[in-house]
Write a protein that binds this ligand. Sequence first.
Ligand code: FDA
Length: 307
Amino acid sequence: MDLWIRGYRRAMLGLAARDTVKRLSLRYGSRLAGRFVAAPTREGALDAVLKLKAKGIAATMDYLGESVGNWEEAAGSRDEILRLLQAISDRGLDAHVSVKPTQLGLGLDPEACCDNLRMIAAAAREAGTFLRIDMESSAYTQATLDLVRRLRAEGLDQVGAVVQACLRRSAGDADKLMEEKIRMRIVKGAYREPEDIAYQKNGEIIDSYRTIVGKLLDAGFETAVATHDDRLIRWVRTYAESHGIGRDSFEFQMLYGLRTAEQEKLAREGYRVRCYVPYGTEWYPYYTRRLAERPSHLWLVVRNFWK
Ligand code: FDA
């Protein structure tokens, strides 16, 4: 099973990188992406956040974009995220914001990317909300953690990191981040990584995930458990119950459009649930990572297309 899923993922990520596939996907754009992307516009995404709120689910909003090729694009992303933070504050929403460093120029110049992030983090503080710096491929792991630490050292406390359980380094990173009191979202990891730095088998990734989350929960450390995997969700629930850890001391996070019924069920049961709500028109890389995660996601898109 593990082997076939790994083969599927490799094939999907390979296909997605082909120009023809990309061109065709972009042509049929919003109908394809609509399954995983809340809206093309900020207003549409804010409406989606309000609908989630009515079901007891909080949000973290993501203006789609990554690996920008020039400073105009990076500045455009920064300005939209600043407008988003203003809108969250104006509407008094419980919405965090998630950003990708390469959308703000990390691949061009780390110093200038830090300037962009600093402006966003300061605006997030002003808006009374939390800024999550998403984790991208391993080429950026250290640089991203450095950025988070730098902002925190400058007193921008409401900034957090993401730790990918698939990376062999992550247990050590999580220990250090916990010592530094930097809040973490734990994910399996969405990027294809080589064997010398990353676990390849799902069982190994799950073991790593449990080790990291178990330590954080034991320490009473505010943790975001980001997964759709029933095995992990069940494990976290049981672990918390058997260790006397309250349902409000951690948060489940899932992606927009995935396992909606499970998100609502957890919220009804008194767990904190936060949904990752992406919006915008730069949806292609995000969307192909979702398709690569599971064959059933491909089916969801096909069904959506013919509706
Ligand atoms: P995975 O796809 O491994 O599936 C395992 C099992 O879960 C399936 O066999 C099935 O039982 C169940 N399942 C999964 N999807 C289902 C569905 N739609 N319906 C029914 N059952 C389903 N990655 C990254 O590298 N950097 C980041 O910053 C982030 N950020 C992030 C935020 C949030 C809120 C989430 C939820 C995820 C991320 N990720 C991420 C993505 C993450 O690394 C990972 O790729 C995906 O969450 C997929 O792994 P899962 O553990 O969710 O299940």
